[in-house]
Structures are given as structure tokens and as C-alpha cells.
Write a new protein. Structure first.
Lengths: 216, 197
């Protein structure tokens, strides 16, 4: 894969959370992160409604209905999965209804012309030109599955990058839902991460490669 | 989407909890309270996820609930800064990465079996590495059987300096309670008995 200029991997859980549990000291006490990392965490806030802090290699934010952890260092994507698995192995009764595994890329395009060409290729303008002057692709999201019978639902979003000009933003998300008949807890989260995290990271690279190749 | 004139959306977000900023909560719109959208007394309001799932908003194309926030932050005046993919201070490019398992630990070195994750078709290799490679915070985890990640790559600083770095991080898993240990041992015994018969 062409090396991205910026990238992020994140894990998002939807459910019901107690934000105050998720503290650097708690992670350190559980030995899920190094003691030095816990001591040097940059805490924005720890409240009953919201926890937000950064450790050297991840940024954790927990709302009462949303847990999100993100990492911009590709060396730490494996540890990121381990960390979330560890947290919800310790907290198996946390109600989690959805798990999203996400990867984001920003790629600089070789020229403005190539940047436009990618937009034209993904969203041909002939359908729009009768009603719009200078139509341009602002955001596109596709949905599907890696294989027809696959469990997770994939979303791929393509937008102009707001951080790199001319650049392309590609977001890949795979989402899993708790089995409806099951008692909702978090016991299924570590297993889903173990089974699918590496696969979605690989898929996201293939997807980005493919999308960029349409203008080669 | 629920719209009120006094509420400024901090993000363009189609799903999940969306945080709104409001300048006057003393008299929020009654219809929003009736729907459970707003709760009084908070500077920042978290719209309940359930509201997004009301039938009126149901769409056949299912939006991603557990996706990252959009890349655009609409207002710089946020008190709660949401997780974003803003440009990191350094850029990392991985050249090779392995996952390894410690076989034995010597006084100055350790021996591990490593699997190449960059080229999974390569067979596992046994390597001897210096103990000094291990970060001080992970030294306690250096025991036979422990698993670790090892990556070699480039780190580019914002000033343009490129460094070639080798990084170790041990796999960390929750400590098992004695009850869990007993349960695992019982399952192992049952499996062993089954395989022997």
C-alpha cells in the first residue's frame, strides 16, 4: 500500500458505560498499560458523563453511551486491540450493543488533476451536470460486506481531505451488533476483536489501494 | 435530526451520541424535553442514542453507529474536544513487524520465536535479542511464554528528521483470578481426559 500521510485506527463501542471507571490509574492498576504511561497520561476530564484522556499512544473518550479509543501509531494497532479486549474482559457485564472497528487514511494526491479525476471516477458528473454547475464530490459512503455471508457490515467513506490539499480521506468501518437473543454484555467484544481486528486492518489497506488505483 | 435555534452542532455527525452546545438552557424547547432530547442544567447536552433510532428517523440504508466522528470540526469553541484524527506530531512508517513468544531468558539476553506479520508466508524464526531492547516498564513481563510485538520502521519528525526505530511492546492481558485459573485448569483436565479416551 502507498504509505498514507496520516492514519488512525479506532475502536468504537455503543452501549451503556460508566465513564469514571475508565481512568489511566485503573488501566495501570490492571496492568493493561505500563505504570509510567498511566502516570504520564494527559487527562482532559474524568466526570460521570465523560472521560477523556490521552496516553502516549492512544486517546480514550468514554461517554455514557459511547466508548471510543483511537491510535495514530501503526506500531500500536495490535496493543490497541489487546487493551480494549482486556478492559472488557475485566468488565464483562457492561452492556455493549455495537462494536465498530475503524481505520482512516489521508493520502496526498500527486496533483489537483489526479485529485479531481478520482472524484470523477467514483462519482461521474454526467448525472449532476443538468442540475448543478461545477458539481464536485463532497462525500461518498458505500456499504457492503467483505464476503456475502460475512457477519460484519462494512462502510467505506471517501471525501476530500481537509488536512492535506490536494488529498483524499478514506474511512473504513466494520460494524458488528450483539446477538439480539443474547443477554447484552461485553463478553462478546474480546472475541470479535480477536477474530476481526487484523482482518479489517488488512482489508482497509486493500480498499485504500484499490480506490487510489482507479486513477493510475 | 432535531434542530433548535439555540443549539449549535459541534459536529456533522449522522449517528450516535451528538454533543450540542447551547447558550441558554433556562427554557429549552418543550417538545425536545417531551422527546427526551435535552436535559436541563448542563452546558453540554448529549442526545440520547435511542432518539436516533426512533422510527421516524429509520432509514433502509443502515448508517454506521460505531464509526469515527467526521473529519470536520465545525466550531473551534468546544469545551469537549472529541477524538479526532488531527495530524500526529510524528509520522510512523512500518518496515517490518513481528509477533514473538519468549522461549527462555538468559542473564543478558533472551531467546524468542518470532512470526513475521509483514510477510506471513515466512516460517517462524528463533532469535536471540539483548535484554536492553525491552522497555523498562515491560521488564517484569519478560518471562518464558510471554508474547510481544516487535516493529522496525521509520519515524519522521515534524521537522523532517527521519529515524529508524525498533520498538518492543509486550502483550498485556488481564490478570486471571484464582477462580478463573481453576476453571481453566478443570476445562483442560476434561479435554485431556476426552482426548485420552
Amino acid at each position: 500500500m502507498k504509505a498514507p500521510d496520516i492514519e488512525t485506527a479506532s475502536i468504537v463501542l455503543i452501549g451503556s458505560f460508566n465513564p469514571t471507571i475508565f481512568q489511566p490509574r485503573w488501566l495501570g492498576a490492571q496492568q493493561l498499560i505500563r505504570a509510567e504511561e498511566a502516570a504520564n497520561a494527559k487527562i482532559t476530564t474524568i466526570q460521570s458523563e465523560l472521560t477523556d484522556f490521552k496516553v502516549e499512544w492512544f486517546h480514550l473518550q468514554v461517554l455514557q453511551n459511547r466508548f471510543q479509543i483511537a491510535c495514530t501509531d501503526p506500531r500500536q494497532y495490535g496493543p490497541l486491540r489487546d487493551l480494549v479486549s482486556g478492559m472488557f474482559t475485566i468488565l464483562p457485564h457492561t452492556p455493549v450493543t455495537d462494536v465498530g472497528m475503524n481505520r482512516i487514511f489521508h493520502f496526498e494526491m500527486p496533483s489537483v488533476d489526479v485529485w479531481h479525476a478520482l472524484g470523477h471516477k467514483l462519482a461521474p458528473k454526467n448525472a449532476w451536470e443538468p442540475i448543478l454547475d461545477v458539481p464536485g464530490l463532497r462525500s461518498m459512503q458505500m456499504q457492503g460486506r467483505i464476503k456475502q455471508q460475512a457477519e460484519g457490515l462494512i462502510h467505506v467513506k471517501v471525501e476530500p481531505s481537509i488536512q492535506i490539499q490536494p488529498g483524499v480521506y478514506i474511512e473504513v468501518n466494520e460494524e458488528f451488533k450483539a446477538v439480539k437473543d443474547d443477554v447484552v454484555g461485553a463478553h462478546w467484544v474480546p472475541q470479535k476483536l480477536a477474530e476481526h481486528w487484523d482482518a479489517i486492518l488488512d482489508f482497509s489497506e486493500r480498499a485504500a489501494d484499490h480506490l487510489l488505483s482507479v486513477v493510475k | 435530526m432535531v434542530e433548535t435555534q439555540r443549539v449549535t452542532r459541534l459536529e456533522t455527525q449522522q449517528q450516535g451520541a451528538v454533543i450540542h452546545q447551547t447558550d441558554d438552557l433556562s427554557n429549552p424547547p418543550a417538545e425536545n424535553f417531551a422527546r427526551g432530547v435535552l436535559s436541563p442544567g448542563k452546558k453540554f447536552l448529549v442526545r440520547n442514542l435511542l432518539v436516533e433510532r426512533m422510527p421516524i428517523f429509520y432509514r433502509q440504508i443502515e448508517d454506521a453507529q460505531a464509526a469515527p466522528r467526521d473529519q470536520v470540526m465545525k466550531s473551534p469553541d468546544v469545551l469537549v474536544r472529541l477524538v479526532s484524527d488531527k495530524q500526529p506530531t510524528q509520522r510512523v512508517r512500518i518496515l517490518q513487524r513481528w509477533i514473538g513468544r519468549i522461549e527462555r531468558v538468559e542473564s543478558e539476553s533472551f531467546v524468542a520465536v518470532i512470526n513475521d506479520l509483514t510477510k506471513p508466508q515466512y516460517p517462524p524464526e528463533e532469535v536471540e535479542l539483548d535484554r536492553g531492547e525491552i522497555p523498562p516498564g515491560d521488564v517484569d513481563l519478560l518471562i518464558p511464554g510471554a508474547a510481544f510485538y516487535w516493529t522496525i520502521g521509520y519515524v519522521d519528525s515534524p521537522g523532517g528528521q527521519r529515524q529508524r526505530v525498533s520498538a518492543f511492546r509486550f502483550v498485556r492481558q488481564p490478570r486471571l483470578s484464582q477462580t478463573e485459573m481453576n476453571r481453566i485448569m478443570e476445562r483442560a483436565d476434561r479435554l485431556a481426559t476426552f482426548l485420552e479416551t
